[in-house]
Each structure stands twice: as C-alpha cells, then as structure tokens.
Design a binder for this molecule. Structure first.
Ligand SMILES: [Fe+2]
Ligand SMILES: [Fe+2]
Length: 403
C-alpha cells in the first residue's frame, strides 16, 4: 500500500489511476466468501479491470443455462398465472401513451429535471471548485443524463436476463408471465433511449460496476442465481433509482414515463419473490442457501457503495479534483441518500421474504445500517399503485417502516 506522503506527491492524473486500482482491489477484498468470489470475480475482472462494457459498442457474454421445456403445459402456479393476467391487462404503448410532444430543456431551472439540492455544491467549493448558476444547470444535466443512461443499460440487461429466466424457469405459468416481462423490458429500453436521444441529447457508457452485475448474472448457469440477480437485486436497484427520480423531478414527460415503468417493475419483483421463496426455503440445501445469502449481501454492498458516476467526473473534473473528493461528493449527495433509502426499503424486505435474511447475516446487515428496513412490506404485498402512492406521499421512511 502506498504511504499517504508518497501518494500526496504524485501528479493528479497518476493519483487518479492509483486511486482507481486501489478501489478495484478493495472490491475484490470485500468478496470474503470463496464461493461468492468464484461467482463474482470473473465478472469483476471483465468489468472493472478489462472494462469490457466500454471497449466497443457491442459485447458478447457466453450463456450456459439450460432451457427447460414442459410438453404437458401444466397450470402449476396460480399466483404467477394471476400476475400473468395482470401483466397482459397492464400493457401500454410508449409511443402513443407518453406525451412526447412535451418540450424539454434540461438546463431550464424553472422546470428542473433534477433539483439543485440533489447534490451539495458546497463540498465542491471546499475543494476550490465554484460553478456559476448556468454551469450548475449544465452539470445537473450531465448527472441526470448519466443516471438515465445507466437506467437504459440496466434495462438492456433486464431485457436479456428476462429472456434467459423465461427459458430457464421450471414453472409453466412462470414462462407465460416471463413473456410479458420480456415485452415490458423492451418497452423500457425503447422509452429511456428515446428520452435520452431526443430530449437530453446525451448518452453515457455503461458504468463498470453495473456491467459486473449484468455480466455475472448473464453468465451464471444456475437459473435461481439469475432470478436473484435480476428479479430481486437489479429490479430493487431500479425501483430505488426510478422511485427517487419520480419523486423529485419536475419535468412532466419524465415523471409520466417513470410512473409507467415503476408499475411494470413492481410486477417484476413480485414475480422474483414468488419464484424464489419456495425454491430457496424448500428446495435448496442449507449450504446452497447460505451461498445465495452471502452473494446477495455482497451485491447489495456493491450497489450501495459503488455507483459513483465516474463517467461524469471524467468529463467535468478529472485533473481538477481528487477522485476521492468526488466520491465524497457523490456519496454525500442528498439525492443519493434518498436513492439508497428507497432502494433498500424495497430490497431488504424482499430478501427476508425469500429466506435470505437469516439471523446468521442480520448482524452484517445491521453493521452497514440496513437492518432498519427489514420489517417493511415485500413485493408480493405491494402493488405498483401502492408503491406510487407511497412515493407521492413522500413516505420514504413510512415505506421503510411499514410492516
Ligand atoms: Fe425494466
Ligand atoms: Fe424489470
């Protein structure tokens, strides 16, 4: 490890490079359980070290799961069948339903897409960076375009993963439902891309940590790991991010877009809970259950600590602001705090519900401040409308506490 004195004498760009490698090393150090490391480390190397998601406009991931056929077409899961019915009735067309004629100026402070309080500019000022009002607007434009770009890339991951889980799932009613989720995710890709392309005029590359999670669950051959990764973890992340932005944005087209997407996503997590609850609590061995419990904890930490918008940093402040100071700025941003609250108030109760929050790991969740969300409602107890009503009330803490 470099001494602080030596680090301080390095030129800023070298410091940035060293900081990046130290951060990558810390991600690998965090993977303490060897089975979790085996499943996440190869994706970590591809995403963080080789930056596969950024090297070319296209990437391929090898898939090795088994497609499961059932020629007897059983009606085998009434709750999934009901979800399938609701999903069919809830389909919408992003082209005709959303008010695309809305004129959007991402730098107009009168109709902010992100309010300035989303971040705390005084942290930048402490490092000698003073942005004029117009520059602040331009910066917020970059930040929201970064967030929405990651939503878009996450939706592409969800589209591909929804196809895989539809192939792999062994409930026939789950396959029928899965078909609707594939269409939902395609629609989400369509509307987020259209918004970025025609309203924000900006698209950022996929974040390395997001790429790691997507890569890990695309390449894992176990169907339940795909479900856990996609339907619980990434969908939980999506609900946190979409919910936060829905709550704070004043831009009407984006608000309506998010409202429609959130209603779909609520069904997706519900499906994940239904599929995994029985499997994890009744079919897996204790050792397999523990592996999934450790894996979820590590991925939850990755999602909490690692989305640092470095792509925006590189565009705005590289060379002018230490990378560590940027990290502090993003981590301390009130909007990011809100995002973590919304995300974990949804995610932790779902982990509890599917049997991955046993007393064995509760102390670890408590240590990182996440046990306070454990008594909340899980996705099978919350409709999309209830989720939105909660966000409209501004009831984040209420959502976290609701039992
Ligand atoms: Fe989606
Ligand atoms: Fe989804």
């Amino acid at each position: 490890m470099l001494s602080d004195a030596l680090f301080a004498r390095l030129p800023t760009r070298v410091k940035d490079t060293v900081d990046r490698w130290l951060e990558i090393a810390s991600v690998f150090r965090e993977l303490r359980d060897p089975r979790v490391a085996r499943s996440l480390a190869p994706a970590g190397v591809r995403g963080l070290v080789l930056q596969r998601g950024k090297q070319a406009p296209t990437t391929t991931c090898p898939a090795s799961h088994r497609a499961y056929f059932d020629w007897s077409y059983p009606s085998d899961h009434p709750e999934m069948r009901e979800l399938y019915r609701r999903a069919k009735a809830g389909q919408w067309d992003g082209e005709t339903l959303l008010p695309w004629q809305t004129s959007v100026d991402p730098e107009n402070p009168e109709v902010p897409i992100l309010p300035p309080q989303f971040v705390d500019f005084t942290i930048l000022e402490r490092h000698g960076i003073h942005l004029a009002p117009a520059e602040r607007q331009r910066f917020l434009h970059s930040l929201v375009a970064w967030m929405l770009s990651q939503f878009l890339h996450g939706e592409q991951g969800a589209l591909q993963a929804a196809c895989q889980v539809t192939e792999a799932v062994q409930f026939f009613d789950g396959k029928l439902y899965g078909g609707t989720q594939v269409v939902d995710e395609a629609r989400h890709v369509e509307v987020f891309h259209r918004y970025l392309d025609t309203k924000l005029d900006k698209l950022y590359q996929v974040n390395d940590n997001l790429f790691v999670i997507i890569d890990a669950l695309m390449t894992d051959s176990r169907w339940d790991m795909k479900f856990l990764g996609m339907q619980i973890m990434v969908e939980g992340l999506a609900l946190g991010a979409f919910g936060t932005l829905y709550k704070i944005t004043r831009e009407p087209l984006l608000k309506q877009l998010l409202k429609m997407v959130i209603q779909d996503e609520a069904r997706h997590v519900h499906y994940g809970v239904l599929a995994l609850r029985e499997h994890i609590t009744r079919e897996l061995s204790e050792s397999e259950r523990r592996e999934r419990e450790d894996w979820s904890f590590e991925v939850a930490l990755l999602m909490r600590n690692r989305f640092m918008a470095y792509e925006v940093y590189e565009e705005w402040f590289q060379g002018a602001l230490p990378r560590g100071a940027w990290r502090d700025f993003i981590y301390a941003a009130p909007g990011m705090e809100e995002f973590r609250t919304v995300m974990f108030s949804r995610l932790v109760p779902n982990l509890r519900e599917i049997g991955l929050l046993s007393p064995r790991v509760q102390a670890r969740y408590a240590e990182v401040g996440l046990m306070k969300y454990a008594a909340g409602k899980s996705a099978d107890q919350l409709s999309g409308d209830a989720l939105l009503a909660d966000l409209d009330r501004g009831g984040l803490t209420a959502a976290g506490r609701a039992a």
